[in-house]
Design a protein. Structure first.
Length: 136
């Protein structure tokens, strides 16, 4: 995207932003669409309007899961990555990376090759060892 085109997108964004702050509902909707297109849905700011719209679109199951979180009765469960880097796995097992590689060579852990010479280990395998399900 050229710099000139970026300026046009940014100018349009700020024009819509100022109109939306003045209460123009059409500008608010256009601003949201522009923001989604430019930055993606995941990076869009959370507003009361977005929350209300999400409630109306949500399934009953999703509402039941969200209610305890919104009321503060439950804390959100962090989503951990499924694959760990070798250093992260070694730290969780409290062993050196050399020991970790010996465990891989011995067949106690299975490595996942992402691309040539880039390996990861499954979090579930490491967790099984830590919890005592598998011996080192």
């Amino acid at each position: 995207m050229s710099k000139k085109k970026n300026l046009k997108v940014d100018d349009r964004f700020w024009q819509l932003h100022s109109l939306a702050q003045e209460g123009d509902e059409c500008a608010q909707a256009d601003l949201w669409n522009e923001y989604e297109f430019t930055y993606g849905v995941d990076k869009a700011p959370v507003t009361n309007d977005r929350l209300i719209q999400a409630v109306f679109k949500a399934t009953e199951e999703a509402k039941e899961q969200a209610l305890p979180l919104l009321e503060g009765r439950e804390k959100p469960v962090p989503v951990d990555p499924a694959l760990l880097q070798m250093g992260e796995a070694a730290e969780l097992l409290n062993v050196s990376r050399a020991t970790l590689w010996r465990m891989v060579r011995a067949g106690r852990l299975e490595k996942v090759e992402l691309y040539p010479n880039a390996y990861r280990l499954r979090r579930s395998d490491i967790t099984a060892i830590v919890s005592g399900g598998v011996s080192c």
